[in-house]
Design a protein around this ligand. Structure first.
Ligand SMILES: [Zn+2]
Length: 354
């Protein structure tokens, strides 16, 4: 269903693509040996967080983030604008954004120049520009400021090309067709290797997200990869890939795994539930992941109850395997993909039930 291919310095990546989140360079509960064996080709990290922990000095000493961590695939790095703006924003003006890292308390001012420099040192495969993403419900004037700012920041960021690194632009414009078009046209006038639809899935009703996606996708050149940031639950991936989105990321599979939820084609199951205490089936029959090959639901439930760290590892492996299977099925057979997601809920922001 998708002929676009993303070519990074680590190889060719088929689209649509789902990226597990590795905020500080590592996927939680997952050793790289396993990630590499599972053929996970791309993860996304946050460049602002990486610049604080482990810090640019250490990453630079190892020639970039792959050298520092041992991951053999491609890194996307976010500029921070989307992922942390709501929780860690201290201040924003025409020059840039001041973030505060919640863990360390460290404050950092990120300008487009600084974001370019940080992501160059990190040496990621794909660097996202710094954008100005107003909160949902902002007045029209605020969106107009954001469009101008994002354009100016993009101009600085996207024109600083780094060999071997792709650079993606982001457009804004809130929920108004004219403003969306204005921002998109401005951003398309700049050189970029892909584009992200910014300012969506930040609290607006699903119908609004859908309308904007349906309006903007046909306006984007056919060969340009389109990224919907922060979206990655199974049902949304299915729906938005049909609407033309190519790239997704979310903590959904990994975070839910750590909280006891395993993803199956019959919907998510909560392994804490007592109904699994005598259930000797694997999480999903037919799944060939390590958790399904060697463990049954009853055993996994005991590991969870005793807070054994193996549990997080095993269910993370399973959930990422499920997402990989979903993406492969989406590329090969849309009807079968529909079957895999039909038991999932519409609103991924509420914790899944099983
Ligand atoms: Zn499995």
């Amino acid at each position: 269903m998708n002929d676009k291919i993303l070519k990074t310095k680590h190889g060719e990546i088929e689209l649509p693509l789902f990226m597990p989140v590795a905020t500080r360079g590592f996927i939680k509960a997952m050793p790289w040996k396993k990630v590499n064996e599972m053929n996970i080709k791309v993860v996304i990290s946050n460049s602002v967080h990486l610049s604080i922990t482990p810090g640019l000095e250490k990453i630079k000493a190892k020639g970039g983030i792959n050298g520092y961590t041992g991951f053999e695939g491609s890194y996307f790095t976010d500029s921070g604008g989307f992922q942390i703006i709501r929780e860690e924003l201290v201040d924003i003006d025409d020059e840039g954004i001041v973030f505060k890292d919640k863990k360390s308390g460290v404050q950092i001012k990120v300008t487009p120049e600084k974001s370019s420099e940080i992501q160059e040192i990190i040496n990621s495969d794909v660097a996202m520009m710094l954008d100005d993403c107003p909160p949902y419900g902002s007045p029209k004037e605020r969106y107009e400021i954001s469009i101008e700012r994002t354009y100016r920041w993009g101009k600085i960021f996207l024109q600083k090309r780094v060999p071997g690194q792709l650079r993606f632009s982001i457009f804004q414009g809130g929920y108004d067709y004219d403003l969306r078009k204005k921002s998109l046209d401005l951003m398309l006038s700049l050189p970029s290797d892909g584009i992200a639809i910014g300012g969506l899935k930040i609290g607006e009703p699903k119908e609004v997200t859908d309308k904007i996606v349906e309006y903007v996708v046909p306006l984007i050149p056919k060969d340009m990869p389109i990224y919907l940031m922060g979206v990655g639950d199974p049902l949304s991936i299915y729906e938005y890939s049909l609407k033309g989105i190519d790239i997704f990321d979310s903590t959904y599979p990994t975070r839910n795994a750590r909280h006891g939820y395993a993803l199956t084609s019959k919907g998510p199951i909560n392994l804490k539930a007592s109904k699994y205490s005598m259930d000797f089936n694997p999480i999903e029959s037919g799944c060939e992941c390590e958790a399904c090959r060697y463990y049954h639901r009853s055993g996994l439930r005991e590991l969870l109850k005793s807070e054994d760290p193996q549990f997080q590892y095993l269910v993370t492996v399973h959930n990422i395997t499920f997402m990989q299977k979903l993406m492969k099925t989406l590329r090969e057979n849309v009807d079968m993909a529909k079957d895999m997601v039909k038991h999932y809920v519409k609103d991924p922001n509420t914790q899944i039930q099983g």
